[in-house]
Design a protein around this ligand. Structure first.
Ligand code: ATP
Ligand code: MG
Length: 411
């Protein structure tokens, strides 16, 4: 039996788990301020939910999905991202009665990728989806929420927002034609993968990481030059909204998103602090998605953020709460009972199960305990304990009847 975790997965030990929790809780707290409620969709779905929506040529569908046949013969896929599941839930739950709908999600995602720093096979995302509004100011609000989260995590000034417009279907069709005409002149220099995509989904070539492709793409026509009037007005509206919110951005005319369902707005918050895996929060508008899945035509905009990547950017791991250390010198029975009473009264209590006074005091210091409660024999006879403030060193005897009140300042 191999006792290694599966490649690309890892155990979240308490310190790292606290980083994750800080990211997730901050994200939810801020999303709630913007009117979002939490949604939790299943971790697996029928394979079609992803295969038919993310795009048959997307990286995720062609090579990253964890797909298996279950015992009933159904093709099942572990979710590689959150939007398709939310869209499926929207349709199957008949939620179109509840538009506009704002939902927040968190949880593990699964992609078969080459593991490296900031890139795992099981990773975690927090994300938001805003359904039912096609106003560009909704895009500004959603991006503003992302910026707000990053600021709240202390990342102000360490991330940049890149923004682009993919236009509407008409603009993309016009652009597609210009792009294919251009790329066709460089067939010799394109990677095999990009040649495959030339007919099926040429826009994805702009996102290629291949060196040769990148050289060709550097001089390719720009989507921004092919936007029709309506698409340009939409993009202008978004930029005005962001200006009004004081959210700084850089227009990156080459930014395209890896998944197929996006239109108009595409954006990414990136950092230099994580090496190659620099995108921490990314998203866009997906007006065609729900209709394409067979639901009522419903516009949508959202983003997802990588919890591991954001957790690594936190200056330090949030500290565990400082406990009160119970130090029994008499017997464990009384100590266990007292620990129970104090915990029910809301105190964080550490109870060591072995060691002499010296060892136990060492442990108390290591845990950063606020105070030690020493249960000595003489005090016990008087119905009291000794409380030592471990920050000041001050020590006093306290009657058990008054203990909770006297410990109040250590909450
Ligand atoms: P990348 O270009 O890094 O592969 P992506 O475009 O595939 O990212 P999205 O699908 O937009 O990523 O997911 C949103 C966020 O989730 C990313 O910006 C990143 O922070 C995080 N993320 C995506 N894939 C992984 C992974 N394999 N491991 C850890 N985090 C990830
Ligand atoms: Mg990816």
């Amino acid at each position: 039996m191999s006792l290694q975790p599966v490649r690309g997965t890892h155990d979240l030990l308490p310190e790292e788990a606290r980083r994750h929790r800080r990211v997730e809780d901050t994200a939810f707290e801020i999303a709630e301020r913007y009117g979002y409620g939490e949604i939790a969709t299943p971790i697996f779905e029928f394979t079609e939910v992803f295969a038919r929506t993310l795009g048959e040529t997307s990286d995720v569908v062609t090579k990253e999905m964890y797909t298996f046949t279950d015992r009933g013969g159904e093709s099942i896929t572990l979710r590689p991202e959150g939007t398709a599941g939310v869209a499926r839930a929207f349709i199957s739950g008949g939620l179109s009665q509840h538009l506009p709908l704002k939902v927040f999600y968190r949880g593990p995602m699964f992609r078969y990728e080459r593991p490296q720093k900031g890139r795992l096979r099981q990773f975690h995302q927090v994300g938001v989806e805003f359904l039912g509004v096609s106003d560009p100011l909704a895009d500004a609000e959603v991006i503003g929420l992302g910026a707000h989260l990053l600021d709240a995590l202390g990342l102000e000034g360490r991330v940049q927002l890149e923004l682009n417009s993919l236009g509407d279907a008409e603009s993309r069709a016009a652009y597609r034609e210009a792009l294919v005409a251009y790329l066709s002149r460089f067939k010799d220099s394109l990677s095999k993968e990009s040649l495959d995509r030339l007919e099926r989904n040429p826009l994805r070539i702009l996102d290629s990481k291949d060196e040769g492709d990148r050289r060709v793409v550097a001089d390719a026509p720009l989507l921004g030059d092919h936007l029709n009037e309506a698409s340009r007005a939409f993009f202008d509206g978004l930029k005005r909204g962001l200006d009004g919110l004081g959210v700084a951005y850089r227009v990156n005319p080459r930014l395209v998103r890896g998944l197929d369902y996006y239109c108009h707005t595409a954006f990414e918050f990136t950092t230099d602090a994580l090496g190659a895996q620099g995108t921490v929060l990314a998203g866009g508008r997906y007006d065609g998605l729900i209709g394409q899945m067979g639901g009522p035509a419903t516009p949508g905009i959202g983003w997802a953020a990588g919890v591991e990547r954001l957790g690594m950017l936190l200056a330090e791991a949030p500290a565990a709460p400082r406990p009160l250390a119970l130090i029994p010198m008499t017997g464990m029975d009384q100590a266990l009972a007292l620990a129970g009473v104090l915990r029910r009264a809301g105190f964080v209590v550490d109870l060591g199960f072995s060691g002499n006074m010296g060892k136990r005091m060492k442990r108390a210091n290591k845990l950063g305990a606020r105070a030690a409660i020493i249960l000595g024999e003489d005090e016990a006879a008087r119905g009291a304990v000794t409380v030592r403030d471990l920050d000041s060193g001050a020590q006093e005897e306290v009657a058990l009847a008054e203990l909770e009140d006297r410990l109040d300042r250590f909450r």
